[in-house]
Write a protein that binds this ligand. Sequence first.
Ligand code: PGA
Length: 229
Amino acid sequence: MRLIAANWKMNPGTRAEAKKLAAQVEAGLKKSKIEVAICPPFVFLEEVEERLKKAKLGAQNVSAEIKGPHTGEVSATQLKDLGVKYVIVGHSERRAMGETDILINRKIKVCLENGLEPILCVGYGTTENTTEASERKIISKQLGAALKGVNNRLTIAYEPAWTISKGFGTAKPISPERAAKVIKFIKSKYRKARVIYGASITSKNAGELAKFKAIEGGLVGGASLDAGE
Ligand code: PGA
């Protein structure tokens, strides 16, 4: 089934806003035939969960450790206990903060061992000028490292880093044709994945992207903060 996951990032500012947005999104899903997941900041997980019926709950990160002296970290078992189903792992904004392939591989494993489905992001390190061949090399390396010793079904998000918006509508999306092509490549590398696209998805290009069967969903950042979008 196709998945649309909302990555709220470090938004909104208050619990009241988070509750309102979750309730608005949920209200819009009555007739939806696709799976929708909302990934709020950790501090809003419980409140958002209380407002979801159809939509699933996701988290934006997880610790590679299960418990103990890890200040500021949140474990897979703690997320599971809150009703989380999906966890975004290896997002380019986290890789930019220093997350390594080795750490990402451990996070993927900790999710799978604890009944959470990772949404592994690949595409970090690419720019507008990266050729198709080098992009494939970068993605292959990220997949190989993140999925070392992994054989489970999971979701992979192809996120060409340079088109991730810095806020709603601030970047130019790549063409759906190109997204579909890279997604097919990712699928050829790891058959057990549902492969979705993420970066600058809005109501303007979602329909075009959906026309491509290969694109099995989307990871939506900026636009996911507007229930109408
Ligand atoms: P964007 O973010 O939709 O705002 O480009 C996508 C993402 O970072 O997952």
